[in-house]
Design a protein around this ligand. Structure first.
Ligand code: PAF
Length: 281
């Protein structure tokens, strides 16, 4: 696998592949790769002739008091894992390559509505940062398909909306969440958990499962959410939000909505964990 921080090198290689009539799949990441990312890369090898990944801890999507500096950086291990999974080209820019004018003077992308609630309400500006870097990376790599994990369900819908609204010529593929045996969704932020917290962290998935089962069995959404919040607090979590939404739009569900998603975010020790579950009623 070839690694470069140079935009023109990425463009030159992709142009060459295209000139041969070959297709390109892209997996953007912030590094510290786990089995979830590797599943994205393996899926990408099935979707196109060549796989490009990026590792960039994007300052624009972190709030002032968030974990930008602490975010784990493990480039050598990531390169080995990407190579083994079939990635051919890795883009590793620095912030000054991506944002040479600094964050405040940079043009940005705002996907209205959907970016402002749930994680967007707890992390103002987060999805502006995500949409801006993802569009920039799409413009650099110019892939035919790009793959994202469904653990970041709201992020996936924000990106799909941006692609549709801006008529971007690529396909977005959402890939199923990869979990530990306990049910805990794989996340780079799981590294912030102590062994004891990690054992308790599976309570988030268990709470979402129970909440969906109660609603499917006829419970009101409010009653099911109240129970799930209690079970999370019993496990030592500090819930940020637990919400049931339309699975397609993330709008508050009406009686007509049958495809729902329960989304949760909760703090455990130093980690803010998120998870979701799509279900029918
Ligand atoms: O999901 C992530 O790792 C990031 O939000 C992404 C999509 C790479 C943008 O920085």
């Amino acid at each position: 696998m070839y690694t470069t921080a140079v935009i023109d090198e990425i463009r030159r290689q992709v142009r060459q592949w295209r000139a041969n009539g070959e297709t390109v799949a892209f997996v953007p990441t912030m590094g510290n790769l786990h089995a979830g990312h590797i599943t994205l890369i393996k899926e990408a090898t099935q979707r196109a002739d060549h796989v490009v990944a990026s590792i960039f801890v994007n300052p624009m999507q972190f709030g002032k008091n968030e974990d930008l500096d602490a975010y784990p950086r493990t480039l050598a291990e990531d390169q080995a894992a990407l190579t083994a999974a079939g990635c051919e080209l890795l883009f590793t820019p620095t912030p000054d390559i991506i944002y040479p004018k600094g964050l405040d003077a940079q043009t940005y992308v705002e996907v209205p509505g959907i970016s402002d609630e749930l994680c967007g309400a707890s992390r103002p500006g987060h999805f502006r940062g995500v949409a801006t870097i993802v569009l920039k990376l799409f413009n650099i790599v110019q892939p035919d398909v790009a793959l994202f994990g469904r653990k970041d369900y709201q992020q996936l819908l924000v990106i799909r909306t941006m692609v549709e609204d801006l008529s971007l010529p690529l396909e977005i593929i959402g890939v199923e969440t990869v979990r530990e045996a306990s049910g805990l969704a794989m996340s780079s932020r799981n590294g912030y958990l102590t062994a004891d917290e990690k054992a308790r962290a599976a309570a988030l998935k268990a709470a979402l499962d129970a909440l969906a089962a109660q609603i499917a069995a006829g419970s009101t959404i409010a009653a099911a959410i109240a129970k799930a919040n209690t079970s999370l607090m019993d496990a030592g979590f500090r819930p940020d939000y637990l919400e049931v939404r339309s699975a397609t739009t993330l709008a508050l569900p009406t009686d007509a909505d049958k495809e729902l998603v329960v989304l949760g975010a909760a703090y455990l020790g130093k980690a803010r964990l998120i998870d979701n579950l799509v279900f029918s009623r």
